[in-house]
Design a protein around this ligand. Structure first.
Ligand SMILES: *Cc1c(COP(=O)(O)O)cnc(C)c1O
Length: 353
């Protein structure tokens, strides 16, 4: 008998998650995402091995599903009939999907403007109650925290420890696939829940003897939204990478712990560097990711230019799908479409054959 493919995070990683017999074993087929070897950027960077963890392969197109499946299952176990989150887009898409799957309500607070079209389309399709807050993501998160103080609604932002538990499973999968931890992990940092979760996962893997080493955690913020790098909150964060457009990360302290305990770093990359990596991933690797995901590769390239990239085996987390943000794709790629009459001659001329 073969195991069914993609059993879901709750079934696959039950032994390392805070589940009880009462936790509903829900799944949309999240987790067990591909780990793909680089064909071009590995060579450019002179690395022994560069791998991409394709978190865009999760059901709603981002890693948020790993944590959300745990958060929603635990919310239902505790009797919640509704979930709430503040979101730059992907958390809300994921919360709305799992809520729809479970027949409970999802309400989402999004900052005004600049939520990528694909993410909003998902929340709309899944039937979430969408509130556009006239403020930033940080305002929306503060208000969400205040709302749940007086309402029986489960907050499913990454301040919810169940989210971190679910997201740490990506580190377990990497250790399982490579049969050890990598030397370093490159990851974009926004609200800093994911770098926190990966570090927790890698520390557990080493303790359980699934890995012989701890990777250096290499976190990258966008230059216009780099509070951890600057050591102070950013009032009005700006970046093309909307998923990491966050000025006051909720998991700031634990991100610094991950950086320091692992001997890693958290640095900033400019929008130009992010977009260069974004185009390179698509055109040279065949990987179409959203701009925030490209920050991990932009960071590795920046370290390499500065002579600060140590070799070995590196995994870059590609956090979300490029299909989330079609506007950025159109705006930041040279669109080269040739019109042709609907004749063989016309099409041959257009093709230059
Ligand atoms: C949420 C998100 C991030 C940032 O993760 P944090 O846990 O907020 O640091 C990066 N990329 C994508 C695609 C995301 O959805």
């Amino acid at each position: 008998m073969t195991e069914p493919h993609r059993r879901g995070v709750l079934a696959r990683w039950a032994e390392v998650l805070p589940l009880t017999p009462q936790t509903p074993r829900i799944t949309l087929g999240e987790g067990e995402t591909p780990l793909v070897r680089s064909v071009a950027i590995e060579r450019e960077l002179g690395l022994d091995e560069l791998w991409f963890k394709l978190e865009s392969s999760n059901p709603t197109g981002s890693f948020k599903d790993r944590g959300m499946v745990v958060a929603v299952a635990k919310a239902i176990e505790r009797g919640s009939k509704a979930v709430l989150c503040a979101s730059t887009g992907n958390t809300s898409a994921s919360a709305a999907a799992y809520a729809a799957h479970c027949g409970i309500e999802a309400s989402i607070l999004v900052p005004e403007g600049r939520v990528a079209a694909g993410k909003l389309a998902q929340a709309v399709a899944f039937g979430a109650r969408i509130v556009e807050v006239e403020g930033s993501f940080d305002d929306a998160l503060r208000l969400a925290l205040e709302v749940v103080e007086t309402q029986p609604i489960a907050l499913v932002n990454s301040v919810n420890p169940d989210r971190i538990e679910g997201q740490k499973t990506a580190a377990y999968e990497i250790c399982e696939t490579l049969t050890d931890a990598p030397d370093a992990l490159a990851i974009p940092v926004g609200n800093a829940g994911n770098i926190t979760a990966y570090w927790k996962g890698f520390v557990e893997c080493a303790a359980l003897d699934y890995a012989s080493l701890h990777p250096r955690m290499l976190g990258f913020q966008a230059a216009g939204a780099a509070p951890i790098v600057q050591g102070a909150p950013v009032e009005n964060p700006q970046t093309v990478a909307t998923a990491i457009r966050i000025g006051k990360p909720a998991s700031w302290k634990t991100a610094e712990q991950a950086r320091d305990e692992s001997g890693g770093l958290i640095e900033a990359v400019t929008d130009e560097e992010i977009l260069d990596a974004y185009r390179l991933l698509a055109s040279k690797e065949g990987l179409f990711v959203e701009p925030a995901s490209a920050a991990s590769v932009a960071g590795l390239r920046k370290l390499n230019r500065a002579g600060a990239l140590q070799g070995g085996r590196i995994v870059a987390v590609l956090t979300g799908s490029g299909l989330k943000d079609p506007e950025t794709a159109k705006e930041h790629n040279a669109i080269d479409v040739v019109r042709a009459p609907a004749t063989l001659e016309g099409v041959q001329r257009a093709l230059g054959v």
